[in-house]
Design a binder for this molecule. Structure first.
Ligand code: CTP
Ligand code: MG
Length: 192
C-alpha cells in the first residue's frame, strides 16, 4: 500500500512542478488579443502561418503567468521546507527552468497551430492528440536539450518516472476540464 501512496505523491509532485507548463495556455486565453504572432501573414497557398488565435499578448501573458505561478509555488514549498518540490536553490537556473517550461508550452501550442494550419484546419478547429499534447512537446523540445540533468533527475529517475507517466495520463483529462470551464465562462468559443 505504501508503494501506491508513493506513486500518488510522485504524480502530485510532477503536476506541481509542471504548473508553469500547464498554466500558460489557459492564461493566454485571458490575455490574448491584438497583433497575431504571424502578423496576419499567409503562405503561398493562402493559408495563415499560425492564425489569429496566436497573439503576442497571449504568448507573453501566458509565459509570464506560468513563470509567476512557478515562483509562488517555489516560495510555498520553501516555506514548507520541501526542497524536492522546488526547482533548486540556484536562482538563475530556477528562472531559466521556469522560462523554458512556460515559454516552451506556448511554443508547443504555436507549433500545434502551425501544423493545424498546414493540415487545412481553421482557427479553433479540433485536432485530437495535438490539442492535448502540443504544449508538453514544446516544453520537452526546450527542456530536454537545455536542462537534461534537471529533467532526468526530477522526472525520469526512480519513483519520479511514475510521476511523469501519471502526468502524461492526466493531461488530456485536465485539458478537457479546463476547456469546458473556459467555454462556460465564455472565454473560449469551443469546449476544446
Ligand atoms: N491565445 C493567444 N495567444 C496564444 C495562445 C492563445 O492569444 N499564443 C488566445 C487566443 O485568443 C485564442 C485562445 O487563447 O483564441 C485559445 O487558444 P487556442 O485554443 O490555443 O487557440 P485557437 O483559437 O483554438 O486557435 P488554433 O486553432 O490555432 O489552436
Ligand atoms: Mg484551440
Amino acid at each position: 500500500m505504501e508503494d501506491v501512496l508513493d506513486i500518488i505523491v510522485a504524480i502530485l509532485r510532477a503536476i506541481w512542478l509542471m504548473v508553469p507548463m500547464l498554466i500558460p495556455n489557459s492564461a493566454a486565453v485571458l490575455f490574448g488579443g491584438g497583433k497575431p504572432v504571424d502578423f496576419g501573414k499567409t503562405m503561398k497557398n493562402g493559408t495563415r502561418y499560425l492564425g489569429d488565435g496566436k497573439t503576442w499578448r497571449g504568448t507573453f501573458g501566458g509565459t509570464i503567468s506560468g513563470m509567476g505561478l512557478g515562483i509562488i509555488g517555489m516560495i510555498i514549498m520553501t516555506l514548507l521546507d520541501k526542497p524536492s518540490w522546488t526547482y533548486g536553490d540556484n536562482y538563475l537556473q530556477v528562472l531559466l527552468i521556469l522560462f523554458l517550461l512556460a515559454f516552451g508550452s506556448m511554443l508547443g501550442d504555436m507549433l500545434g497551430s502551425f501544423i493545424k494550419r498546414r493540415a487545412g484546419r481553421k482557427r479553433g478547429a479540433k485536432f485530437p492528440g495535438l490539442d492535448q499534447y502540443d504544449f508538453l512537446i514544446g516544453t520537452l523540445i526546450l527542456i530536454v536539450p537545455l536542462q537534461w540533468v534537471w529533467f532526468h533527475d526530477n522526472f525520469l529517475d526512480g519513483i519520479y518516472l511514475y510521476g511523469f507517466i501519471g502526468l502524461i495520463v492526466l493531461i488530456p483529462i485536465m485539458h478537457r476540464v479546463v476547456n469546458i470551464i473556459g467555454f462556460k465562462m465564455g472565454k473560449k468559443d469551443v469546449p476544446w
